[in-house]
Design a protein around this ligand. Structure first.
Ligand code: HEC
Ligand code: HEC
Length: 420
């Protein structure tokens, strides 16, 4: 009934540069539980949004919207519509190769410190051991993303008891979510099999989601990993040599993860509702340091040609556009074409802060000027970072036929599961 990723995949993929994926313990049971939870709308206050609503497996684990849509929005993927006040401040990240990440989210507000402790915006329950586990607990608390607002009524007419809990009590929200899940028989036995003889808490929910995400989206290998530059076409080869040479991309996007996991200000146009006073100051929101204003975490470039639009706020619609911005950020910012944004966002551009954006610029310019053919070559090279196509474009095995709550399973383009 439930399609499982053959676990042999996890074991068979010998690591070539990427950190190894830990072997599963009772992998199948934890994977299946994580899969249910990832698609489970019961995790959201109003029972209307799952992780998969925004991280759509058939859309390369992200969504084609510049800025994501939270409570008040409807639908999944490109058919998702904006309701009043539902536009979130940031673009939805993809989830490829995040198991080894030491920091997560565009501002790195989830971060593993050198001593192995994890820093997050809220106190974490004991037992959280990875950045991915810690991250999974945050959308559950976020009112705009999943929890909903006080007084909300869930889609089935029941009161939203998660939204009624005070923001200062994250552990109470998590407990209430576990209570919801354990009220359903389908979860009682799945938790029991995955975590025998343990008292189930939100930590187990986080562990299962982490396991599902890293099992499915970490171990794949791209042509770059499997065959290397010897297999490349002329353009791919030229792009590769530029990337690791004159174009200087490797300074921030070095292999194997194609991110330095650090924060840089590229003076990307400010678009959307912002996080504070109508602006998104990125890393400075975490550190409080004005030098970190508008710095964002370097995104990984694995599978990047599948995850348009680009940057923390989806400002650039194409891969070429995102790369060209690096070549001369000041000019790109000044000449930015808002036509590449959905019409609803065009008026939400803050070009009045362009001067401030350039004050703390971390210059990403190549070591020498690049021509159009060289930008095309970089794009060609980035295509070699795509993982196995069947796992990226038609990840049928990622999507469960149904979830224990019986609520709809998000499946773009909103139709039924293809196996039905
Ligand atoms: C309403 C849409 C939405 C929902 C629901 C949602 N996410 Fe996200 N997710 C986002 C957005 C937007 C970001 C980027 C936010 C930021 O950086 O501040 C993100 C970021 C992430 C990241 C960080 C990736 C990175 O590279 O930093 C992970 C992991 C993730 N989400 C997993 C989940 C899981 C697991 C769930 C369910 C518990 C979930 N998300 C629910 C929209 C959503
Ligand atoms: C100084 C560090 C730095 C250098 C050098 C750099 N980048 Fe980036 N890159 C970033 C950061 C940071 C972002 C995200 C900026 C934001 O969202 O505000 C980014 C974003 C991107 C994106 C968008 C990815 C996505 O998922 O949104 C692409 C594509 C990209 N870079 C490619 C390149 C290429 C190709 C080069 C070489 C020509 C390069 N970068 C050089 C730091 C750098």
């Amino acid at each position: 009934m439930f399609r499982l990723l053959p676990l042999v995949l996890l074991v068979a993929c010998a690591s070539e540069g990427l950190p190894p994926t830990p072997p599963p313990v009772d992998g199948a049971a934890i994977f299946e539980l994580g899969q249910m939870l990832f698609f489970e709308r019961e995790l959201s206050g109003n029972r209307n949004v799952a992780c998969a609503t925004c991280h759509v497996p058939f859309l390369s684990t992200t969504e084609p919207l510049a800025l994501s849509i939270g409570q008040g929005g409807e639908g999944t993927g490109p058919t998702r519509a904006r309701g009043e006040g539902s536009i979130l401040p940031r673009h939805t990240s993809d989830l490829f190769h995040r198991g080894a990440a030491r920091s997560l989210l565009w501002d790195g507000r989830v971060e593993m410190l050198d001593d192995g402790t994890i820093r997050a915006p809220v106190p974490l329950p004991p037992g959280i051991t990875t950045a991915l586990q810690a991250q999974a607990l945050l959308p559950l608390l976020d009112r705009a993303e999943m929890r909903g607002h006080a007084g909300d009524v869930a889609v089935d007419g029941r009161a939203n008891e998660l939204a009624a809990i005070a923001d200062e009590r994250p552990e109470a929200v998590w407990d209430a979510i576990v209570a919801r899940l354990l009220a359903l028989e389908g979860y009682q036995f799945r938790f029991q099999i995955a975590f025998p003889d343990q008292e189930i808490t939100i930590v187990h929910v986080a562990q299962a989601l982490d396991f599902f995400e890293r099992s499915l989206w970490d171990p794949q290998r791209s042509r770059f990993d499997r065959e290397g530059p010897d297999s490349f076409s002329e353009a791919e080869r030229e792009g590769h040599d530029l990337f690791f040479g004159d174009a200087g991309c490797f300074r921030c996007h070095d292999a194997p993860l194609f991110t330095d996991e650090l924060f840089h200000n590229l003076a990307v146009p400010q678009i959307g509702p912002g996080k504070r006073d109508g602006l998104d100051e990125g890393r400075a929101l975490v550190t409080g340091d004005p030098a970190d204003r508008f710095r964002f975490r370097t995104p990984s470039l694995r599978n990047v040609h599948l995850t348009a639009p680009y940057m923390h706020d989806g400002a650039f619609a194409t891969l070429g556009g995102a790369i060209r911005h690096h070549l001369d950020p000041a000019t790109s910012l000044r000449e930015y074409d808002p036509e590449q944004l959905p019409s609803s966002l065009r008026a939400m551009r803050r070009d009045d802060v362009n001067g401030e954006l350039l004050e703390t610029l971390d210059d990403p310019r190549p070591f020498r000027a690049l021509n159009d053919a060289e930008v095309d070559a970089l794009v060609a090279f980035l295509h070699t970072l795509a993982d196995e196509p069947e796992l990226i474009k038609e990840p049928d095995h990622a999507v469960p036929v149904e979830v224990p709550s019986g609520l709809p399973v998000d499946h773009w383009p909103g139709g039924p599961h293809p196996s039905r």
